[in-house]
Design a protein around this ligand. Sequence first.
Ligand SMILES: Cc1ncc(COP(=O)(O)O)c(C=O)c1O
Length: 393
Amino acid sequence: MRATHDTRADESGMPGAPIRGQFPIFEHTTYLNSCSQGALSHRVRRAYEEYLDGWDERGAEWEHWVERAETMRAAFARLLRATSDEIAVTTSVSQGVSAIVSALPFERGGRTRIVISEHEFPTVGQIAHAQELRGAEVVHVRPEPDGSTPTERFDAAIDERTALVCCTTVSYRTGHRHDVPAIARIARERGALVLADSYQAVGAIDVDVGSLGADFVTGGTVKYLLASAGLGFLYVRGELLQQLLPTQTGWFADEDIFQMDISDYSPHSTARRFDAGTPPVPNIYAGVAGASIIEEVGIAAIEAHVRRLATRLIEGLDELGATVVTPRDPARRGPLVCVRSTDVRALVAELAAERIVTSERDDNLRIALHLYNSEGDVDTVLDALRKHRHLLA
Ligand SMILES: Cc1ncc(COP(=O)(O)O)c(C=O)c1O
């Protein structure tokens, strides 16, 4: 679906300024919670309606659905600068990560270790520990007291027993960015594979799988890709595909789904072998629409905007004497800024009462910035935090 108006930067330098009006929530709310869920746009709403209208008018639109899924795959590929053949369309990060580990033969000897950062989203840590039932051993890489995890800690944990290293790109808990390219170089030298869960990055900062260097990159559409729950992607580096046989699978992963053949397991030659069952069609309609907004505005412009807003926010928090948990160096953070609170639930509730939507993890208030946020939003939340200064550590 095409934009009905120009979505490029206006003279204020804000890339999303012309498009902010497409997100009705900003009429009454300061929305700073894209780390949990992106705001709903008219375009995504229309995409859901298009799905329902087609169902009403034409009944089963099977071929159109398959085409939509391929359109989504191609959009994910463009966003990550991968090829479509390196992208699986999944229903969640969990599905993609479970498929990866199902292709690693822990119970048949060889490499049995999974190294995980302490900042993995619970699903990644839990899936790793579930592999203990298959003979795997999980090694945790602990962060420094300031929340950062120096690459040397990964260096010390990765060895010839390591099958997989999980280093999330941007921490959902603190906003720290791992040095994934450096970790990936170390892992590759030692023959281990690397997974970079990039849910807290894709859509807001440039995630180029080539320069990231990870073998697997996963994420989904509900946050910075501005669309639905229940839709994700898994990038698998092309050269690896032939050696990975996921045993968590489904008929959409077959080399020919239309053969309906149940006599053997013959996975697709591309990353489609990491697909599973019927694609999440309504979510794909929304996903295509959400990704089109990101692509039209352009990831470089979004990243620069988010970086400027985060700097403004951190400077304002410093003026309040608050404890900012997220690094000041823009290269070491993404779109999420976290600040320590003495009672974070109370703080989120106080802000919500003023129609400022944020979220919390651990003792940190999470303030997420995206293309539709403005300097005004940053100043609004800073003013409110000044008022509730006693709830900041
Ligand atoms: C970093 C990260 N990974 C994964 C997820 C979600 O995983 P799933 O798609 O399996 O629900 C989230 C948030 O919901 C997240 O922030």
